[in-house]
Design a protein around this ligand. Structure first.
Ligand code: G16
Length: 550
């Protein structure tokens, strides 16, 4: 039976969401992401795919998040969430792209039939899908297109309204584990707040509270959600000052604020008057990234990015595992090529934890982190989490403590496993993790920053005619194509002490990204712009040549 025979209304529904000609879609680093006005057909079709994925998995609930995270307000995007709250399995990403690119309804139906045949999907199985969106103005119309796709194939679906991306991931896992030994929690935002707040209270109980934390919410969904959380956790436990919380003004989302802006520009967000030694953090537009920062007495800005968070978390958890007497449990870390060389050195040589390097994209880091008993994974941009394997969870519940100190360490580890989102990087949950550690240590941000000194680094975006000609190997550290480009980069890097640079196509924006680090700020900037210039000159650069120094 073909999909069109089984669901006669699918054809008519698909006709309401025609694919624009001359647009090629790709399920990239974090799903489909582009100008919102090009996404209607993609989102409708993603709804059909989500239903098929659910049927394939015996009716398990699949999540769909409509967001473009750190991208500007006019963009939007969509990503699918698998039953345990993890990112969509990679083979299905290819189906998503094929479905999105089918030029006609006939070809769309043919692709759907091929997916059904290749996966032996039984269409009589139920399909369950939940979805949410961030605060973008294009969200409601795209949600309607999604619902249309889901209804066309008779999936059961539920709109969870406006949520952060990690909240949706959490809810998906809760729904699929309810009533099982792996039950993850109450499948609602309220359940999420309670789970995190209870664990946080256990972890900071009896400790001296830190000074208030200013949280820049990128004028996105993090603002209302962290406020809701603040109500639940209570000001006595955690004092937050929420800034950049304007989700109404058009174009304000991620504009000159948010985690990506702060990381890339290495200065504080607009809308925040930084004071020496105040405590500051930024979320991104869908609250899955987090960075901290402060200004010293000389008013010099200091960033504590995902690498610093990874170092802090690995140090704390490693000590806790030792104090809990959990012998044989290995704590490992996962980074990408963007990790600052000093952070890798700190993890390897000072903390003495294993470090793996994967391609950019949390989905890659997540899978690598699952190979450790405790896997700490963070991208330098502040996106990451800590995974506790079933082996550790078992050890935590089985270990009989011999001393009060050991009992306390075990209780604290258990609370950490509840507080740290196990599905995906989560800015609110990560913020709590950092606050717990700093509270335990009674550290200022400057004391945390002492762990190591970053090598100066720089990110440059280059607009090119076709970024798809760029293909990377060796976990994004080298280019395989365009031919000859890597040799040019190597030639540029060789001229700088401690120099390192790589080039990769973005999976979320239509640009090529250039990363460079070197011994001094000047050398680093010079290297970054030299490499950006090479890309621009030799691979179809468009617009102005990147030229800060040259
Ligand atoms: C997404 C991914 C991240 C990735 C980032 C940038 O983040 O989830 O893992 O680091 O895109 O990707 P790219 O350099 O390919 O544009 P987010 O927060 O935008 O969803």
């Amino acid at each position: 039976m073909t999909v069109a025979t089984r669901y006669p209304s699918l054809v008519e529904a698909a006709e309401r969401h025609p694919k624009p000609a001359d647009v090629t879609y790709a399920y990239g680093t974090a799903g489909f992401r582009m100008k919102a006005n090009l996404l209607d057909s993609v989102i409708f079709r993603a709804g059909v795919l989500a239903a098929l994925r659910s049927k394939k998995l015996d009716g398990k609930t699949i999540g769909v998040m409509i967001t473009a995270s750190h991208n500007p307000a006019q963009d939007n995007g969509i990503k699918l969430v698998d039953p345990m709250g993890e990112m969509l399995e990679q083979t299905w990403e290819a189906y998503a792209s094929q479905l999105a690119n089918a030029p006609t309804i006939e070809e769309l139906l043919a692709v759907v039939d091929r997916v059904i045949a290749a996966n032996k999907i039984d269409l009589s199985k139920p399909a369950n899908v939940v979805y949410a969106r961030d605060t973008r103005p294009s969200g409601p119309a795209l949600v309607a297109a999604l619902a249309d796709g889901l209804s066309a194939v008779q999936a059961q679906h539920r709109d969870e309204g406006i949520l952060t991306t990690p909240q949706l991931h959490y809810i998906v896992r809760c729904l699929n584990t309810q009533g099982t030994p792996e039950a993850y929690g109450e499948p609602s935002a309220a359940g999420y707040y309670k789970k995190l707040a209870d664990a946080y209270h256990k972890l900071v109980n009896g400790k001296t509270r830190l000074s208030p934390l200013h949280v820049d919410c990128a004028n996105g969904v993090g603002a209302p959600k962290i406020r809701e959380f603040a109500q639940v956790v209570g000001e006595a436990a955690l004092a937050l000052i929420v800034t950049n919380d304007d989700t109404e003004t058009e174009g304000s989302l991620n504009y000159q604020c948010g985690a990506d802006y702060v990381k890339v520009n290495q200065h504080g967000p607009h809308g925040v008057e930084m004071q020496p030694n105040g405590r500051y953090a930024s979320l991104d537009g869908d609250a899955d990234r987090l960075v901290y920062y402060y200004m010293d007495n000389d008013r010099v800005f200091h960033l504590l990015d995902g690498d610093k968070i990874a170092g802090l978390a690995a140090m704390f958890i490693k000590d806790l595992v030792t104090a809990a007497g959990l012998e044989g449990i290995n704590v490992g870390t996962v980074q990408t090529a963007y990790a600052n060389g000093s952070s890798t050195n700190y993890l390897t040589n000072i903390l003495q934890v294993p470090v793996s390097c994967t391609q950019t994209g949390v989905k890659h880091l997540h899978h690598e982190a699952e190979k450790y008993d405790v896997g700490v994974y963070f991208e330098a941009n502040g996106h990451g989490t800590v995974l506790f394997s079933p082996v550790v969870l078992q050890a935590i519940s089985d270990t009989v403590s011999r001393t009060p100190a050991q009992a306390l360490a075990i209780a604290q580890l258990r609370a950490l496993t509840d507080m740290i989102n196990q599905t995906v990087g989560d800015a609110i949950s990560d913020l709590l993790l950092v606050e717990v550690i700093l509270t335990h240590k009674q550290w200022t941000l400057s004391q945390w920053d002492q762990a190591y000194t970053d090598l100066p680094s720089r990110l440059v975006r280059v607009v090119v005619k076709d970024r798809n000609i760029f293909r990377t190997i060796n976990a994004d550290r080298q280019l395989e194509s365009p031919a000859g480009m890597q040799a040019l980069i190597d030639g540029a890097v060789a001229k700088f002490a401690n120099g390192r640079s790589f080039v990769r196509p973005s999976g979320t924006e239509d640009v090529v990204r250039v990363y460079a680090e070197a011994a001094t700020r000047h050398e680093c900037d010079e290297l970054a712009f030299r490499v950006a210039g090479l890309v621009f000159d030799n691979a179809g650069g468009l617009g102005d040549r990147p030229a800060e120094f040259l």
